[in-house]
Design a protein around this ligand. Structure first.
Ligand SMILES: *[C@@H]1O[C@H](CO)[C@@H](O)[C@H](O)[C@H]1NC(C)=O
Ligand SMILES: *[C@@H]1O[C@H](CO)[C@@H](O)[C@H](O)[C@H]1NC(C)=O
Length: 336
């Protein structure tokens, strides 16, 4: 079985728990291919942002999938941070690859603009003439550099001629492209009490949350593919073709997958499903986070939970607020 785990493609292992707190020793990162090892040594200064970017991607994945059967849970203290979920060429794998490679590009770009490395900095290529009522100022974020780093590093082991490599490359690129597509001008006013006598603007990346929302939509509309084999001079090569010709062909911005997802209802070591037993569900919702769907028809248990909350808050002139502490009782529903 080929190593498809994200931790290998992005060189994250034990470092995950101690991100940023220790210097990175390239030679001690497990599972690096030679190209990644060279990259790590040449770009050691930006390796912490590479790792930070993967973490950002994972956190966003967990936010986007909270309350769903598959909730982007990672396996803690394990080399394979996502476990076998990523072994299959599913939509979930597509999303994880897209968000993590976007995270790497994003974090590297941000840290370059903050001046943390001598290798990169602000973008001076995309300036053009100033606009009506403003001039260039500040530090434009150089997303192309971040994208390049992510492409070099995250795609380094995706060079096999097989379908899975093609899928990973495609989804990694879809994630990164999102950033380039959503660069925008951010401006600041200068002058007495914000009078905006002088306005300066620079290129900025979108909010990472916005990228997460966008990629979540792409997950919902991901394209199912079929694998085709071609004989080429270098041997057999697998490529992907859209399964349903009557749908629009996926663009480089769309996510692709070619294996169906398990339903994630029952625990299954092989598919990396944790099952939904004991998961908290929402009794009044008919959506996927509702007890019917989340619990896969097994029903739910209900218990009450007491929580302390601030209450009877009073605003005092001027200016503070005082509150009392009340105990509120909540019903908590969990899947059987
Ligand atoms: C995600 O699912 C796992 C496994 O079912 C569970 O332990 C965890 O609490 C869930 N996380 C959230 C945020 O619901
Ligand atoms: C449960 O779902 C309802 C209806 O969709 C929603 O209004 C409510 O905020 C949800 N409750 C929680 C705790 O998420």
């Amino acid at each position: 079985n080929q190593p498809h785990l994200l931790q290998k493609s992005l060189a994250l292992g034990q470092q995950y728990s101690s991100l940023g707190s220790q210097p990175i020793l390239c030679g001690s990162i497990p599972g690096l291919v030679p190209k990644q090892l060279r990259f790590c040594r040449n770009y050691i200064e930006i390796m912490p942002s590479v790792a930070e970017g993967v973490k950002l991607g994972i956190q966003e994945c967990q936010h986007q999938f909270r309350g769903r059967r598959w909730n982007c849970t990672t396996i803690k203290d394990n080399l394979a941070i996502f476990g076998p979920v990523l072994d299959k060429a599913t939509r979930e794998s597509a999303f994880v690859h897209a968000i993590a490679s976007a995270g790497v590009a994003f974090a590297v770009t941000r840290s370059c603009a903050e001046g943390t490395s001598t290798m990169c900095g602000c973008d001076s290529h995309h300036k053009g003439p100033p606009g009506e009522g403003w001039k260039w100022g500040g530090c434009s974020e150089d997303a192309e550099f971040g994208v390049l780093v992510s492409r070099e590093f995250a795609d380094a082991r995706e060079n096999r001629p097989d379908a899975r490599s093609a899928m990973n490359r495609h989804n990694n690129e879809a994630g990164r492209t999102t950033i380039l597509d959503h660069m925008h001008l951010r401006c600041k006013c200068h002058g007495l009490s914000g009078s905006c006598e002088v306005k300066t603007c620079w290129w900025a990346q979108p909010d990472f949350r916005m990228l997460g929302d966008y990629l979540k939509d792409k997950y919902d509309s991901a394209s199912e593919m079929v694998v085709e084999k071609h004989r080429e001079s270098r041997g057999w090569v697998e490529t992907l073709r859209a399964k349903y010709a009557f749908f629009k062909h996926p663009t480089e911005r769309d996510m692709v997958y070619y294996e169906g997802s398990p339903n994630f209802c029952e625990p299954n070591q092989e598919t990396g499903s944790f099952g939904t037993r004991d998961r908290a569900c929402n009794l009044s919702s008919h959506g996927i986070e509702g007890c019917d769907l989340l619990c896969c028809g097994r029903g739910h248990n209900t218990r009450t939970e007491k929580r302390k909350e601030k209450c009877h808050c009073i605003f005092h002139w001027c200016c503070y607020v005082s509150c009392q502490e009340c105990v509120r009782v909540y019903d908590v529903h969990t899947c059987k």
